[in-house]
Write a protein that binds this ligand. Sequence first.
Ligand code: HEC
Ligand code: HEC
Ligand code: HEC
Ligand code: HEC
Ligand code: HEC
Length: 385
Amino acid sequence: MSRLLILAAFATLSFAAGHFTGSNVCKKCHPIIYREYSESMHKRSSIANDPVHRAIWEKHPLKAGEKYTCAVCHTPSDERVMNALAAGKPAMPEPDNVQTHEPISCAYCHRIKSIERHTKQNRNILNGKPKYYYAAKRGKTEKEVVKFHETSSFFGLSHSIEGSPFHTIDYSNELFNSGKNCLGCHDHKQNGKGFTICSLDLKERQNEKQNCITCHMPQVPGSYSTIVKSKTHAYHGFAGVHLRPELLADSILLAASEENGMLKVTIENRANHRLFSHPLRLGMLRIAIRRGGDTIQSDPVAFYTILGHDGKPAMPWMADTILKAHTIEAYETKTLETGMHLQKGDRVTVTLGYHIVNPNAAEKLGIEEKKASEFRVLKSQTFFF
Ligand code: HEC
Ligand code: HEC
Ligand code: HEC
Ligand code: HEC
Ligand code: HEC
């Protein structure tokens, strides 16, 4: 009996996460979603594809220890590395097929059954069935689990198809409606010293109307499959700081007003998380007043979190304190006195943007890609006085 139990436990350990169907298999029936995914940061999250991730890994002490623990979130479809980590063996990423083409694969994400909460970092629990995928219900079917079937009516004159000929779909997993399936990787992370180096600092207002999915995977034109057709589908490029930030602009409100002849600017964050939360990011607010033919620029206002150790800025694995921070928290409205005088007829342009990698950090880390440290716009708006 006990031996059976041990065997069963071992079987779950080795197969629970195993046998991910390649994302290129999904391409045949989900070509639009596959194309978007191919450009997404979930496809570029490995050292093979993300020069920023690679730069930090190159300096990380775990590299010398040959323990690529980053895999848990950055390349969890890589069974070779994941199994080596679990067995306490050297686990290093190779530029192979999985690392290059599907570090976080379609099948991995759609098999997340539940999330375990932990202080250090959360953990994804997957189902053990390679062709069993969870999806949101959104009124599509009354059934919880759908297997492929065809129904004909009007004496065989009309056919309708439900389900997929390749896989089972389970609509009963609440995580896929609320977006909580993202929180195994995205919620928070502590370093070896038990210090939280990264946190979205989520304010729990995840509901079906507004959550990670509705903001970062909005419905865009195009069918979600070639067999069962739809007008729109959930965007799989994942709108973010790298790709399509304009899709997120609606959740930031900018305003400019006058008080005693001076310009005041407000930023309202409608997201349920802190903005520019990754410690490499540098958010920037820029204000320009057009007056006649002249432009008057304000000093930019920066938003950042600088990690530290011994009173100096430190790499994430060394950090044990937040040295300095200026953040925009979930649902926060920030009002900034600009110290700029206003005149009638002024045109004020307020721009909230960011650098993916703080240019100072990019220089220190030797990240030469211009795209990583250039200024990008999240939202810009002009006000007339
Ligand atoms: C042979 C074609 C085919 C292949 C291959 C295929 N699918 Fe599907 N899939 C479908 C069809 C058809 C539907 C729509 C079923 C419906 O809505 O009734 C679907 C639906 C889905 C859904 C649920 C959509 C929803 O909200 O109803 C998910 C998730 C999904 N597929 C994931 C995948 C993944 C991941 C792969 C690759 C590992 C894959 N599919 C491979 C045909 C396929
Ligand atoms: C608990 C999950 C988790 C672990 C473990 C993890 N990361 Fe990440 N990492 C993330 C997530 C989620 C993001 C995206 C966050 C964002 O964009 O704000 C990210 C982003 C990054 C970025 C920014 C990439 C870019 O293109 O801007 C770097 C660099 C990075 N991680 C390095 C590492 C390294 C090195 C390790 C291993 C030592 C590691 N991470 C381990 C979850 C994790
Ligand atoms: C990071 C996690 C993640 C990855 C990677 C991912 N998906 Fe999804 N997918 C989701 C979520 C979340 C939804 C939205 C909820 C839902 O409809 O299930 C979704 C929705 C879908 C849908 C239904 C779309 C709709 O509008 O109803 C299909 C089909 C699908 N995914 C297939 C795929 C395929 C194929 C890939 C790889 C090319 C893929 N997914 C990669 C998380 C992911
Ligand atoms: C298996 C872990 C994992 C899961 C699950 C996951 N992500 Fe990610 N996500 C990452 C990592 C790692 C990165 C950073 C990749 C990099 O920059 O190298 C990332 C990056 C992102 C980004 C940043 C894109 C950009 O342009 O910078 C967004 C937005 C995002 N994820 C949203 C989501 C959403 C929404 C979900 C849930 C539907 C989700 N993720 C599920 C690991 C995950
Ligand atoms: C109301 C819309 C909204 C919701 C809901 C939302 N986000 Fe965001 N998210 C944004 C906006 C706007 C940004 C761009 C500013 C920034 O980079 O922080 C962003 C940025 C991000 C980034 C990139 C941050 C960085 O510094 O690289 C990640 C990762 C992310 N969101 C993940 C999530 C996850 C996971 C959830 C669900 C728990 C979620 N978001 C819910 C609007 C939203």
